[in-house]
Design a binder for this molecule. Structure first.
Ligand SMILES: Nc1nc2c(ncn2[C@@H]2O[C@H](COP(=O)(O)OP(=O)(O)O)[C@@H](O)[C@H]2O)c(=O)[nH]1
Ligand SMILES: [Mg+2]
Length: 462
């Protein structure tokens, strides 16, 4: 996601970042490029203009240009303005005081309502809340089947009943009664959609909203539809009133314009982002992390959280430390390999590492090859712990022994070792690249410096 935008902004900043002194003309030229990049990403014209205007005011009006590293200060201004644009801070679900709270899922057909309803049930369960899914897309029996299947997959109860096409409000109300009986925390109501905003549908949703008194009315918008998503959001908000947005399909090659304009245009916060078809592919939307990703600074926090879902806290902290400092031996490699398989496509993980986006092109399509992974696993398993920690010391006779133990050839071991060396090199580059990005923010007076290099740099800057 946001690939082109990130590339463009990175290029603009590369030209700014290292200059010791900036003139107003330098800033104007850079901001012109920023505005073009936003427009190309399908950001609303007015939003893009205001965005750049506000940065210019702060850059030229304040003391930014007189500071020690004005280029980095401008980057920080852009970062902060992105955070503002994206809605500042996370926006968790707001339950009613007395359960069950209703979450009404609305949106155009195909936007991802049914999938997101199920993802939400899983998300809530991870937080210790039970929910009931209610199949109120009564015009499409297939949609009710779909929800029922997803519920089964998650082991979350689904309410459905025989119903005519116009019975959605009745089904939803009956479902809510069931939710009360079950004593669940949330009733998640899946509704029907149309290809376009249409009066009849809006009327039906308005009736449901009046009857259900939902705690949350969540509009699911497809990020890939760009400005159409923004106008749909405006229309839904005007007609029925929304409490939050879910931006689905951010994993696709969305240009990102919808994400960047929708909150500004409607005043409704983005609460979640859909990042894969799978049911665990829902993320709480964090504007700061998204801004960092857009600026190519990576999103270590989300990456570590995702790892943490599969591991203990200590393991996650350890991995973060190793990633940041590029201390990574073959034993870690083996552990990560096993975890990666559980964590989803490698490409989506790389997106979160600062400076690693370019590497994605080199990944085999379709992610990790199961057979190769198992072979690698066998090879590393046949090494002693000492060998895993000192791969550079694996000589010819050790190589033969490991090959024999794992049923491979010494040349396979060679290949593995050379791949590993490359990876180590890459991690070192990433670690220093990240220090640069974070150091830029720290040096400009931004967030807490996290790496030793960044701390050192920040100290020098002050
Ligand atoms: N890649 C991706 N696909 C998604 C995401 N959310 C939904 N989908 C897919 O989009 C299609 C439509 O989703 P569905 O939930 O049926 O949409 P609905 O018509 O609004 O209920 C399905 O194929 C989903 O698997 C997402 O975040 N990422
Ligand atoms: Mg549906």
């Amino acid at each position: 996601m946001f690939d082109t935008l990130t590339d463009k902004l990175t290029a603009v900043f590369a030209s700014l970042g290292n200059k010791g002194r900036l003139t107003e003309a330098d800033v104007d030229a850079a901001l012109r490029e920023v505005r073009l990049a936003l427009l190309e990403a399908d950001v609303n014209l007015k939003v893009a203009r205001d965005f750049v205007g506000q940065i210019r005011e702060k850059a030229v009006g304040g003391d930014v240009l007189k500071g020690i590293s004005p280029g980095q200060a401008v980057i920080k201004l852009v970062h902060d303005q992105l955070v503002t644009l994206l809605g500042e801070g996370a926006h968790p679900l707001q339950p009613h005081a007395a359960p069950p709270s209703v979450a009404l899922m609305v949106g155009l057909q195909g936007s991802g309502k049914t999938t997101t309803a199920a993802k939400l049930a899983l998300h809530l369960r991870k937080q210790g809340h039970r929910s009931l899914l209610i199949a109120a897309d009564t015009r499409r029996p297939a949609a009710m089947d779909q929800l029922e299947a997803l519920g089964k997959e998650l082991d979350v109860p689904v309410y459905r009943e025989e119903a005519g096409p116009d019975d959605a409000p009745k089904v939803a109300s009956n479902g809510l009664k069931r939710a009360r009986d079950l004593g669940v925390a949330w009733a998640i109501v899946d509704t029907g959609g149309r290809l376009h905003v249409d009066d009849e549908l809006m009327e039906e949703l308005a009736v449901m909203k009046a009857e259900l008194d939902p705690a949350e009315v969540l509009l699911v918008v497809d990020a890939m539809t760009g400005q159409d998503a923004v106008s749909a959001a405006a229309a839904f908000n005007e007609r029925i009133g929304l409490t939050g947005l879910v931006l689905s399909k951010l994993d696709g090659d969305a240009r990102g314009g919808a994400a960047l304009s929708v909150t500004q245009t409607t005043g409704v916060p983005i609460k979640f982002a859909g990042v894969s078809e799978k049911l665990d592919g829902l993320e709480v939307f964090h504007p700061e992390r998204m801004a960092s990703r857009i600026l190519g600074m990576g999103d270590i926090v989300t990456l570590v959280e995702r790892v943490a879902e599969q591991t203990t806290e200590e393991q996650a902290a350890e991995m973060e430390r190793k990633l940041r400092r590029a201390e990574f031996d073959l034993d870690d490699f083996l552990k990560q390999l096993r975890q990666l398989q559980k964590m989803g496509p490698l490409s989506s993980l790389l997106e979160m590492l600062p400076g690693a986006r370019g590497l994605r092109a080199q990944l085999p399509a379709g992610g990790l090859d199961e057979r190769r992974v198992r072979r690698t696993e066998a090879m590393i398993s046949s090494m002693t712990l000492w060998e895993r920690q000192h791969p550079e010391r694996i000589n010819g006779s050790r190589r033969r022994r490991v090959a024999q133990g794992s049923g491979t050839a010494p040349s396979d071991i060679n290949q593995l070792l050379s791949q590993f060396r490359q990876m180590q090199k890459m991690l070192k580059q990433l670690a220093s690249g990240q220090a640069n990005a974070l150091g830029a923010l720290a040096g400009a007076g931004g967030g807490a410096p996290t790496s030793r290099a960044a701390r050192r740099r920040a100290k020098r800057g002050r």
